[in-house]
Design a protein. Structure first.
Length: 755
């Protein structure tokens, strides 16, 4: 329940945190100027100020009641809106005003400069208090250069390619899981197969890594076994391909709609773009590229960022599950891992929606016509869309695996066949590779399972759970050992010793209300989402209806179904409560993608129980609650989708030209980069992956104490500057070795390179 952190993997959650040192210096004048009214100020305006780039503004805003404010609006020429995050840690503001409630007063925002005209433009910032009062933050003039980013293919072409790769991903894991699904149990095979396939892939990739095999190659053997199982006479008699039942078909349609919306949103930012401002994806993609290039273990002399990331990840105990998946997808698609990261996240999100339908198949067996309802509620929940855009691939994989695990747990208690143990063991084994931090959640679900079945079957259930635990360890001993080692490293991290220390290394300050799990309020990691007048009335009404229907439904449930609801709700509820007790909002957020489908199944069961009872009043109450949740979820999801469309990711399409520039110099050369934002710097390191990357500040170019880089003749590596041409209107600080539209590799002829 605590995320991984190491000396080299502390990931800032917002742009204001990696710039904290800079803000502490330049922010004092702005703080002083705003001291009288304690309102809003701008500290830094920078970015890639060229056509196709972006402008970035950072500042702070407070009101007498504290911080953060309700929202900060960022506009370009009063016509184009940007996206602003309110999760800015500002100890300097706290110290200046001596107000502890001003600690999270920072904000940072970006506006895309795509298709703007070169020349002067005006950026305007306005904060809004919780009472709706506008607080002017000021305006800034910027000069936009005429530099152009690399031409992109049309968005529809990118979207179709993404859908094709998504289909490849889902088809691949379905093939892996179909044979075992048919051989070990009953139920909707089109829903069961991808979950077992995802787990089998993780187990095979972990075992293959121990044998020196790449993940895609490792998956070939279990795929062959799956096909062989389907060909066996006994299995073939049980498997008769036919049209899915109405509930299963409706679930597949809900997942398809989620996939289409997610594809449109993600592809709108261009080809191969990874959204989000943390550096999780950089590490995952670097590990995946390293696997595809060198195999599971990079040689000790492997150069650059990509070569060293796998060694560092192994030492830090980072979970490799997401990187295994990215490696296989990238190799199958013939691209680098970053180009399929969004596909992997979207595929995991689709599985979460399918998982809601799979669980409903068992939980709503008395209401077969409405088994699609939880999948529909999950497909319109804003949490899943926000998770897609924040690089939380591990959280989505964890949620998908747990949903398959919960379904097969229920099958284990109910089925007469001893083979029901196998799927539970497979899914539990994969958890050690994909997300060992959440293993306690699986254990709680297993304990609660004992109370669902009849007392006479409890001994059999205990024996089966014990057998599943032993079998899971036998299936993935390497993953188990690595997972335990990873958990020990996490528990020993001094960076997580106090709430404030966790905030410094990348935590947020904000615990969203449980309404975001229901979908009635949009999910944001930085601050509560604004509601508006109508929704500020409807959301409390919806909350009252949810509570009333849940209590009434609980009263109507038989004992066995009450324990079923407990199994659906308590594991994730305990995890959320623990993170709340630890004052750890980031860990809390990790469980929200799992909370959505579990809540959807549990609430659907309670509401349908109420609707099926006698009395028009209670029937209408249940139907109204479901309709109101669905109706309120749509604008909440739209709010998050709009934010994603407006956001400017740390990933820059211009970075794709960097490998060609780096290839013009020897791999022993050191490339120096001027980039203060941690996430952007990490992406540049990724694309300059064959060389060692150093950093410098553009201010150091003015210092005469710097010396020229050593020549290669004395055995020392030479240094080159990587200059973003969109950030400079003057000449380059040296002779150009190679150049793209946006970047130039500059020699050390000026002597302006550190020794």
């Amino acid at each position: 329940m605590i995320r991984k952190t190491s000396a080299n993997s502390r990931r800032p959650r917002r742009i204001a945190i990696p710039l904290a040192g800079l803000l502490a210096l330049v922010g004092q004048a702005a703080i002083a100027s705003a001291a009288e009214d304690r309102s809003c100020a701008v500290n830094v305006v920078n970015g890639v100020l060229a056509v196709g780039g972006f402008v970035e503004v950072t500042g702070f805003a407070v009101e007498p009641g504290g911080a953060p404010v309700s929202k900060v609006q960022l506009t370009l020429d009063r016509s184009r809106s940007g996206e602003v995050s309110l999760a800015g840690l500002r100890p300097d503001v706290l110290a200046h005003f001596n107000r502890p409630d001003f600690l999270w007063s920072g904000w940072s925002g970006r506006i895309s400069l795509e298709k703007v005209t070169p020349g002067r433009h005006t950026v305007e910032m306005t904060a809004y208090s919780h009472s709706g009062e506008a607080i002017p933050c000021g305006t800034r003039e910027i000069q936009v250069l005429a530099a152009a980013s690399p031409p992109e293919r049309p968005a529809r072409v990118i979207a179709l390619e993404m859908l094709g790769r998504l289909a490849l991903f889902l088809a691949g894991i379905s093939i892996l899981g179909l044979g075992p699904a048919v051989a070990t149990g009953r139920g909707p095979m089109s829903l069961r197969a991808p979950f077992l396939g995802l787990a089998i892939f993780a187990i095979a990739a972990e075992a293959g890594a121990g044998l020196g095999l790449r993940p895609l190659v490792s998956a070939l053997f279990p795929a062959a076994v799956s096909v062989l199982l389907l060909a066996l006479p006994g299995t073939r008699r049980r498997w008769k391909p036919r049209r899915p039942a109405a509930g299963t078909l409706a679930t597949l349609i809900c997942a398809g709609l989620f996939a289409v919306v997610g594809t449109v949103v993600l592809s709108s930012h261009g080809e191969g773009v990874v959204l989000g401002d943390i550096d999780d994806a950089v590490r995952e993609c670097s590990m995946a590229d390293s696997m595809n290039r060198y195999g599971p273990t990079a040689p000790a002399d492997a150069p650059g960022y990509v070569g060293g990331m796998m060694r560092e990840a192994r030492r830090a105990g980072l979970r490799p599950g997401g990187s295994y998946l990215l490696s296989a997808l990238a190799q199958a698609s013939g691209v680098r891992a970053h180009a399929v990261h969004s596909v992997a996240a979207l595929g995991a999100g689709v599985l979460v929606v399918l998982g809601a339908g799979l669980l409903a198949y068992r939980a709503l067996r008395r209401f077969p016509r409405f088994r699609w309802l939880p999948a529909a509620l999950a497909a319109v929940n804003s949490i899943l869309y926000a998770t897609l855009a924040n690089q939380h691939l591990g959280s989505l994989l964890f949620a998908a695996l747990f949903l398959g695990f919960a379904f097969h747990l229920l099958e284990l208690a109910r089925s007469r066949s001893a083979l029901a143990v196998v799927p539970v063991a497979i899914l539990a084994a994969a958890a050690w590779t994909d997300y060992p931090e959440g293993i306690a959640t699986w254990a709680v679900a297993g304990v609660l399972l004992l109370f669902i079945g009849a007392t006479a079957r409890r001994r059999r259930t205990i024996l089966r759970l014990a057998a599943a635990a032993v079998l899971s360890a036998a299936l993935n001993p390497i993953g188990l050992a690595n997972g335990l080692r990873s958990l020990s490293k996490i528990s020993g991290q001094s960076a997580l010793a106090t709430p404030y220390a966790r905030e410094i290394v990348g935590d947020t300050h904000y615990f969203p209300s449980l309404n975001v799990v229901a979908g009635t309020i949009a999910y944001r990691e930085d601050a509560p989402a604004p509601l508006g007048r109508v929704r500020s009335i409807l959301v409390p009404i919806g909350s009252l209806l949810i509570v009333a229907v849940s209590l009434l439904g609980w009263w109507k449930l038989p004992r066995r179904e009450k324990w079923l609801v407990a199994l659906l709700v308590l594991p994730v509820a305990i995890s959320l409560a623990v993170n709340l007790r630890l004052h750890f909002p980031y860990g809390y957020a990790k469980y929200l993608p799992l909370a959505v489908p579990l809540w959807a199944v549990a609430f659907s069961l309670l509401a349908l129980r109420v609707a099926a009872g006698p009395g028009m009043a209670t029937h209408g109450l249940a139907v109204l609650s479901l309709l109101l949740v669905a109706v309120l979820s749509l604008p909440a999801a739209r709010h998050v989708v709009t934010r994603i469309l407006r956001t400017v990711p740390a990933y820059d399409p211009g970075y794709r030209a960097l490998p060609a520039l780096a290839a013009t110099v020897d791999r022993t050369a050191i490339l120096s980069v001027d980039e203060p934002v941690r996430a952007r710097l990490e992406w540049m390191k990724y694309f300059l992956g064959d060389n060692r990357v150093d950093t410098y500040s553009s201010e150091t170019l003015k210092q005469p104490t710097l010396t020229a880089a050593p020549a290669t003749t004395d055995g020392k590596p030479r240094r080159f500057l990587v200059v973003d041409r969109r950030k400079t209107s003057g000449g380059l600080p040296g002779a150009t070795v190679a150049a793209s539209r946006d970047f130039a590799l500059v020699s050390d002829g000026s002597g302006a390179v550190r020794p």
